[in-house]
Design a binder for this molecule. Structure first.
Ligand SMILES: Nc1ncnc2c1ncn2[C@@H]1O[C@H](COP(=O)(O)OP(=O)(O)O)[C@@H](O)[C@H]1O
Ligand SMILES: Nc1ccn([C@H]2C[C@H](O)[C@@H](COP(=O)(O)OP(=O)(O)O)O2)c(=O)n1
Length: 294
């Protein structure tokens, strides 16, 4: 039986169990791409069949995730929202228990494949990630961008993040990992560049406790402080932390807290060091080679 014939009825059953709300139309494109991901995941062998049991993988999980969001937050936007009590964990638990109750179904968590992209502020992480997305179709998740978007939520949590970023401090992992996991699940994809994370031991240790994540390697962009400072000061993105005083604090945090993370992974032989004090094309020519087998 083909993968699509296996999965389509299951998807319909799942959606029937979580009745569509008025907001379901907003989820239609996501559901379509998740259904496609389900078929692709199954065809690639990440969904296995035994004589009597079927294993459900990423696509179905993601379809369930989107359906649950539609069910749990019928009037809000197409994403899980911690302020309404819908967290990635609660959604996953709901999907997991529904799938487990379906006859002949077995739960299997997807594996997310991750490359951490690290380097000082202004070393060129975002610039290189954009090129990798274009060539390799990986998903780029910038911890800094996710945190800045969270600030816009105007919640108490968002205000705390705003104050920490303005001071160049590192936000607690509970917030950053929650945002990363939500973005990973919502993408419906499995390969990620995680840019600007983990930035300290607390980030790293908390992330390593998460299930189903395979850390392939760490891409480290090495650039002198003077060069990074000059780049940041001409970045012009209107960021509250791109001023000389905060930049200096961020450099100190980078040396004191982020370099030990890089050295931790270096000790495990997992760091690819790239000199980013060259023009962006020269940096990319070296960087892209690391992704040919990712
Ligand atoms: N190799 C490079 N040479 C010169 N300028 C660069 C290079 N890479 C990035 N930039 C510029 O420097 C600034 C910081 O780069 P960015 O990618 O935002 O760094 P990061 O994400 O590490 O903070 C941006 O304005 C970017 O256009
Ligand atoms: N894992 C992370 C990543 C970023 N942050 C906060 C603190 C950082 O100074 C800001 C900006 O991060 P971002 O990666 O966008 O910054 P740079 O591009 O490296 O200058 O966000 C954090 O608290 N935890």
């Amino acid at each position: 039986m083909s993968a699509s014939r296996n999965l389509t009825p299951l998807l319909s059953t799942l959606l029937r169990r979580w009745p569509a709300s008025a907001a379901a139309a907003a989820y239609a494109p996501a559901l379509r791409s998740y259904a496609t991901a389900a078929v692709a995941a199954s065809a690639a062998g990440s969904s296995t069949q035994t004589a009597s049991r079927r294993t459900v993988s990423l696509g179905l999980l993601s379809a369930g995730f989107a359906a649950t969001c539609a069910f749990a937050a019928p009037t809000s936007s197409a994403s899980a929202d911690s302020s309404s009590g819908t967290t990635p964990e609660s959604v996953l638990n709901k999907v997991r228990s529904t799938i487990s109750q379906m006859p002949g179904m077995e739960w299997a968590a997807p594996t997310f494949h991750v490359v951490f992209v690290l380097g000082g502020p202004g070393s060129g992480k975002g610039t290189q990630c954009a090129k990798l997305v274009e060539e390799f179709g990986v998903v780029h998740l910038s911890a800094g961008d996710l945190l800045r978007a969270h600030v816009k939520s105007g919640t108490e949590d968002g205000n705390m993040v705003k104050a920490m970023i303005a001071e160049g401090k590192i936000v607690p992992s509970s917030v950053t990992i929650g945002l990363l996991k939500k973005a990973m699940l919502e993408s419906g994809k499995t390969k990620f560049l995680i840019d600007g994370f983990p930035r300290n031991a607390e980030n790293r240790e908390a992330f390593e406790k998460e299930d189903g994540i395979d850390i392939h390697f760490v891409l480290f962009f090495d650039c002198p402080e003077k060069v990074m400072e000059k780049r940041i000061l001409s970045r012009n993105e209107g960021r509250s932390d791109d001023n000389v005083k905060t930049i200096r604090k961020r450099f100190k945090v980078f040396i004191d807290q982020s370099m030990p993370v890089v050295n931790h992974y270096k000790g495990m032989g997992k760091v690819h060091w790239v000199n980013s004090n060259r023009d962006p094309e020269a940096v990319y020519a070296e960087t892209r080679k690391l992704f040919e087998n990712f």
